[in-house]
Ligand binder design. Structure first.
Ligand code: F6P
Ligand code: MG
Length: 448
């Protein structure tokens, strides 16, 4: 057995803020309190609106929700134990069982707390507690404290969206008769657009503007050297072999951020259907506001409606096309509580068997973004040369691909020496958001 194979058999520890100065530590110490402060500000800014809609009851709810969020920020900053959830939302029991599991693992001497427990767990938990603070305070339970930031980032990327929709419009007209090699070129290009769309999340920038200002298509050649692993050919083959076996299959896109990134995903999905590489596309979003900019059902429908309403002809035509895909059931939107739980995806088959079974019907599953990558790999201290398939630890519902710009210090599947070279060139290569991967894995074939 090679050293790389041996390496991947060992399951390394979870990333954690225990390690002072680590990216996890800095995220919990600096970025999360800033995000909480911005959520509080957003609720407070809407005070008058709550009053107009709900009268005194709205004001009381605003104060109480802010009180709970301030308490949460204090718990985080003083490294208090993680508390069970007290709302009665459908996933509350699951979260509380997960906490128990961690308490048993860590033992009485070592309480489950913000700076002592797995980073992935506590970071997810913060967003779930924001949800709890609002949920416990009707009539503002359904308020999305990140809505304004998402809307602003959508409008700030308008020029880039126009360029993209213009490109798509031209492509839609010619795609039907294109020879296979040209189809592959277009696929490659739009997959990269969707990949780099992931630069624009609002969690890494703690809610600051991070939108795409220039035409994404024009930047692709310049960005190519920053793709550290590029399995585009395997992704293409998965689609083409499904198409050639029994007709175009279903593609599932596990969405990440609203704003420009979502538009890049819709453009890719449009191309997949128009080119006959996919018959249907299922989009998976979050059932609550998550990691600041992640897509919810409301963001999904709002984005399509806004695109239809645009004054820009090609944008509007794209929006109309997307609306009709939704109306005809060619595109469907789904959310499942599992996407807003802290579990790594290797737990999905046991903890959300219905979701796992659903994904098994796909010809390809695309996982967008950094958080999905952290969950695919379990957010562990893997050696950068560990195999992607090994880091998935059995998670293989269908051929899958991660499209991710690096914003956390977990990375697998690199060549020996590659990480060392990168560290010399740019010490923060894992977290600066300038590098990306297109990483593919296919389940082992069954039977003879
Ligand atoms: O807060 C940091 C983080 O968890 C990073 O891992 C990542 O930068 C970001 O949040 C989420 O990124 P994405 O939107 O790509 O999942
Ligand atoms: Mg995100």
């Amino acid at each position: 057995m090679t050293e790389a194979e041996l390496e991947t058999l060992r399951v390394p520890p979870s990333l954690s803020a225990k390690v002072e100065g680590s990216f996890a530590y800095l995220t919990i110490r600096d970025r999360l309190p800033t995000i909480l402060t911005k959520a509080v500000d957003s609720i407070h800014r809407n005070k008058d609106k709550f009053f107009e809609q709900y009268g005194e009851e709205g004001i009381r709810a605003e104060k109480a929700a802010i009180g709970l969020l301030s308490k949460l920020r204090n718990e985080l900053q003083t490294d208090k134990p993680v508390l069970p959830l007290v709302d009665e939302l459908v996933d509350a029991d699951g979260w509380n069982r997960y906490l128990q599991r961690h308490e048993e693992l860590q033992g009485e001497q070592d309480p489950v707390s913000w700076f002592r427990s797995p980073w992935l767990y506590v970071e997810c938990y913060m967003y779930r507690r924001i949800q709890e603070a609002l949920w416990l305070n009707p009539p503002i339970s359904g308020f999305d404290a990140f809505q304004e930031a998402k809307t602003q980032s959508y409008f700030e990327s308008q020029r880039a969206v126009m360029a993209l929709c213009t490109h798509l419009e031209g492509l839609r007209k010619t795609v039907a008769g294109l020879p296979e090699d040209q189809l592959l070129e277009h696929f490659d290009r739009l997959l990269q657009v969707s990949l780099w769309g992931n630069k624009c999340d609002l969690s890494i920038s703690a809610g600051q503007d991070n939108s795409q200002k220039t035409s994404p298509i024009d930047s692709l050649a310049e960005l190519r050297p920053f793709i550290l692993v590029d399995d585009t050919r395997s992704v293409w083959s998965a689609l083409v072999s499904a198409r050639d076996r029994g007709g175009p299959g279903r593609v599932d896109i596990i969405l990440d951020n609203a704003g420009f990134e979502l538009t890049t995903d819709l453009v890719l999905a449009d191309f997949l259907v128009a080119s006959g590489l996919a018959r249907t596309v299922r989009f998976h979003g979050k059932s609550m506001p998550w990691f600041v900019s992640d897509v919810t059902a409301q963001d999904f429908t709002w984005t399509i409606r806004q695109t239809v309403a645009s004054n820009h002809r090609f944008m509007s035509e794209s929006g109309v096309q997307w609306q009709s895909y939704v109306r005809e059931g060619v595109w469907t939107y789904h959310d499942h509580p599992f996407w807003t739980q802290p579990h790594p995806f290797c737990d999905m088959a046991a903890d959300a068997p219905d979701l796992y079974a659903g994904l098994q019907g796909a010809a390809l599953v695309l996982f967008k973004g950094d958080l999905n990558y952290r969950k695919l790999t379990g957010d562990r201290e893997w050696a950068p040369t560990a195999a992607f398939g090994a880091a998935l630890r059995g998670f293989a519902p269908a051929p899958l691909c991660s499209l991710r710009t690096l914003k956390a210090n977990v990375q697998v599947g690199l060549q020996p020496g590659q990480a060392e070279q990168l560290s010399q060139r740019q010490p923060d290569w894992m977290t600066c958001g300038q590098y990306a991967v297109v990483q593919f894995h296919s389940p082992p074939r069954r039977g003879p």
